[in-house]
Ligand binder design. Structure first.
Ligand code: G6P
Length: 609
């Protein structure tokens, strides 16, 4: 999705803006641009395509300035063209970059056309530039003009604004899209994502809904949605620069798959230190959990599949009913609500719009307590929640989520066991065995990673296929779903997942010798059932690719290929079996030559509907 940057400094900020935009590339975009203030006026460079192309164009004209704004655009209103790329400029005086969607842009456009403004793009953003320009005429104050303009907008925005005759300040505002200010020494920055400011500063101030800010080199002044002056806390970001670099890897997805033992160990640290205590989820968790009669999990994409896995743990271990729903569906329906159901939102980024809106909806419907499991400190969803558990996966850059997924699973398992303990459903021996299982998890995941050479050979065969079917049962069914999603996302091979028992109710009709069927078949209580489902596939000529563990006692035979993890890890088996399906998708994508980290049409953080 789009990315916003802004900078004001005593030094040349052009390289800073470009570096910031490079670090936002992972979010997905199709054009990029910057506007800076020079002696010639507001100078702008925009290009369709990669930031590198825009950078080359900026360097060719030796662009240098102490103040400027920049943007990576993921097209929503209007095609992928240079005139639609940001920044948008009004009458050579006001330049704006914008994330989000302005819902009343058509009405504003009519009004501004009547006032004599000319439009040069098809974007909703251009109305913001003209509207700020309009108010700037009467106020001669960039901050005030921005405030007046945004109060007339409906929809979502994070904007950064500069003016021709204001070399000493920028203005910015947010509603429904994240925006933060990076605080340097005698220089300040604005960005939609902390990764864009990290090379300059770690001190960040997250703006809240409705905030408008004036940012100079030395000061930051903020007013809230009621136009009252306010102070926002300054946090020290824990995102490391190393997590934003590829290092020895070819792709971020590859790096992040291999980082999983560490991501899990880091997330485990606090759990192993404190045990299964509600404090892991926040100070008030103990009393809040006492009132919980069930759980409602809301999420999108891969996070949703983590939620589906958790349902088995929550109901099986904690003995509580658990509903899991796709956030974009939940937010628009008249859902039944029990105030004592704990609402758990799962989000790697903490800024997925549908999940944030679903959370809002759950509160409106009367749910008393909300818990966010999130990977990005201080992001919107945890800030809007009563309780928080931060996974410690480190920055996840690849669009296809990997280490965020397995650390979410870890957090959710911990939640299930913690609720079980609080409800006195956990004897000491079981608690110890769960702690042991957690302790061994990073090692088991490493074993699964060691299967990479065998999985690569399978992947080369998959790369030539047009379709694939994934099967699993019980707690491994969501892993089959996740495997199919990974394959779709980065190889563009059509893949579907089914609970293996459902095969004969439809999908079996798809099975023939051209349909590879991946089966997640560890040695759990459903193994015998899965085996008969596999027979159904073989009998129709389908080729089976089975991920099992040593205890499943599967062997290669005609039409049946088996890769085995060393041993069955019990209740945490879904976490371990997530690894081979990630590797399969990654290597199939390599064999097909697709853009692994930036798959077509997709974005990392989906901040629009
Ligand atoms: C996008 C990403 C997916 C991710 C989903 C939810 O679609 O491409 O990888 O699973 O958003 O994101 P979240 O940050 O809320 O987990």
């Amino acid at each position: 999705m789009c990315g916003v940057v802004g900078a004001i400094a005593a030094r040349n900020i052009v390289p800073l803006l470009i570096d910031g935009l490079r670090r936002l590339e992972y979010r997905g975009y199709d054009s990029a641009g910057i506007a800076v203030l020079t002696e010639q006026g507001i100078e702008r460079v925009r290009r369709v395509g990669r930031v590198a192309e825009m950078q080359a164009a900026a360097e060719a004209v030796e662009l240098a300035a102490g103040l400027g704004i920049g943007h990576t655009r993921w097209a929503t209103h209007g095609g992928v063209t240079e005139p639609n790329a940001h920044p948008h400029i009004s009458r050579d005086q006001i330049a704006v970059v914008h994330n989000g969607i302005i819902e009343n842009h058509e009405a504003q456009r009519e009004r501004l056309l009547a006032l004599g403004y000319e439009f040069t793009s098809q974007t909703d953003t251009e109305v913001i530039a003209h509207l700020i320009h309009y108010y700037y005429q009467s106020t001669a104050d960039l901050f005030e003009a921005t405030r007046l303009a945004v109060r007339e907008l409906s929809g979502a925005y994070a904007i950064c604004v500069m003016a021709l005759d204001r070399p000493e300040e920028l203005a910015c505002a947010r509603m429904g899209c994240p925006l933060l200010i990076g605080l340097g020494e005698g220089e300040n920055f604005i960005a939609s994502d902390v990764s864009a400011v990290l090379s300059a500063t770690r001190r960040v101030m997250f703006l809240e809904e409705g905030d408008v800010a004036r940012v100079s080199r030395q000061t930051v002044q903020v007013i809230d949605g009621q136009d009252q002056p306010c102070e926002r806390p300054v946090l020290l970001s824990d995102v490391s620069l190393a997590s934003l670099e590829l290092g020895p890897y070819s792709h971020f997805m590859q790096k992040e798959i291999h980082e999983q033992p560490k991501a899990l160990s880091d997330t485990l640290e606090q759990i192993l230190e404190q045990g299964f205590t509600p404090d892991l989820f926040g100070e008030q968790a103990a009393s809040r959990f006492n009132e919980v009669t069930g759980l409602l999990i809301l999420a999108c994409g891969t996070s949703y599949y983590a939620g589906l896995t958790a349902k088995y743990w929550i109901e099986g271990i904690a003995g509580l009913p658990c509903h899991v729903e796709i956030a974009s569906e939940y937010r628009y329906r008249d859902a039944w609500a029990d105030p004592n159901y704990l609402v758990v939102t799962l989000s790697q980024s903490g800024e997925t719009l549908d999940t944030a809106e679903a959370l809002k909806r759950a509160k409106e419907l009367g749910h008393k307590t909300t818990l966010s499991i999130c990977n990005v400190m201080g992001s919107a969803i945890p800030r809007a929640s009563d309780l928080v558990f931060y996974t410690r996966a480190g920055a996840e850059i690849g669009v296809a989520s990997t280490k965020a997924f397995t650390t979410q699973l870890l957090a959710l398992f911990t939640l299930a066991v913690t609720l079980a303990k609080q409800r006195q459903r956990l004897d000491e021996a079981t608690e110890t065995s769960y702690l042991d299982a957690l302790r061994h998890l990073p090692g088991s995941v490493q074993h699964a990673l060691n299967l990479e050479p065998q999985i690569t050979l399978w992947a080369e065969q998959f790369a030539k296929r047009h379709h694939a079917l994934f099967l699993g049962r019980g707690v491994h069914y969501p892993i089959a779903l996740e495997g199919a999603l990974k394959l779709k996302e980065i190889t563009y091979i059509h893949a579907e997942a089914y609970p293996a028992g459902e095969l004969k109710h439809g999908p079996l009709a798809l099975v023939d010798e051209d349909m590879p069927v991946v089966v997640i078949a560890p040695n759990d209580s459903l193994l015998e059932k899965v085996k008969s489902n596999m027979q159904e596939v073989r009998a129709r000529g389908g080729e089976l690719f089975v991920f099992a563990d040593l205890d499943s006692h599967f062997h290669d035979s005609e039409g049946v290929h088996v890769i085995r993890t060393p041993r069955h890890v019990g209740v945490l088996s879904p976490v371990v079996h997530a690894i081979p399906v990630q590797l399969l998708a990654y290597h199939a994508a390599l064999a097909r030559g697709t853009d692994v980290d930036k798959p077509r049409n997709l974005a990392k953080s989906v901040t629009v509907e």
